[in-house]
Design a protein around this ligand. Sequence first.
Ligand code: GLV
Ligand code: GLV
Length: 319
Amino acid sequence: MSRVVVTGRIPEAAVEKLRAEHEVDAWAGPESISREELLRRVAGADGIVSLLTERVDAELLDAAGPQLKVVANVAVGYDNIDVPACAERGVIATNTPGVLTDATADIALSLILMATRRLGEGERLIRSGEAWKWGMFFLLGSSLQGKTLGVVGMGGIGQATARRAKAFGMEIVYQSRSEIDPAIAEELSARRVDLDELLAISDVVSLHCPYGPATHHLIGAEQLAAMKDTAYLVNTARGPIVDEAALAAALRDGGIAGAGLDVYEKEPQVHPGLLGLDNVALLPHLGSATVETRTAMAMLAADNALAVLSGERPATPIR
Ligand code: GLV
Ligand code: GLV
């Protein structure tokens, strides 16, 4: 029997599954665990099931000790984990790709609709109690049909977003480190372009790449200036891929038409320059937030931890 530390609240079914085989210490506080408490609790752990709010770095791995075998992140993004530091210590790190693809693509499409159709603005207007009535030119947005979606990062979530956008009548271009399955490119009539071309021709740019040194501020002042002034930017990936101050300036000055964000550079803080703008839709990191998806993510993370602890290969190791 091994000791597994779960760093925050996850669906009970996953905790039960871990408990059936191991001693489980699951943080159950309403707030995120403090760093101090986490460092104390991981001491002697064989496995850690981590949430994206907890930083898993050399300090934490060393606080756990040399018996630690696995860090199972309950997220597809793993910028909270120092993967090389895990590898150096022989710790296997895993994430949860696949199971949150559709839920996250649904939020990307939601943000595309919110931004282009000014849905948040309309909702705020009604709730404000101000008078309103139908009018030929009242709250006009921008149609999607025949417009171009530029997908930055054509992994599972990028593809699922493209599939939805195609159903809404959009043309798809994408930028990707590697070529995608030709059958999927054909199904989506998707054309691979470089980032410069994507920014220049897209009516909506949607970000689906992982975050890391290579994608820090991938979209900054220069890239926003390269977009059409009628275009929209949507980010459901990770906040720091976008230079938020530059985005606020572009939205304020009419450099682009609008934006939809589910993630923030200094989450949970939102750049104050964005909060007063009507042309940005703001969601509180809801990408994978459905009961079904969160359960599937937690079960996959639990299965990954259980596999490593019994000497087997986990289903979704981080490579
Ligand atoms: C959520 O943001 C995730 O990476 O799973
Ligand atoms: C997400 O599930 C991905 O693989 O991109």
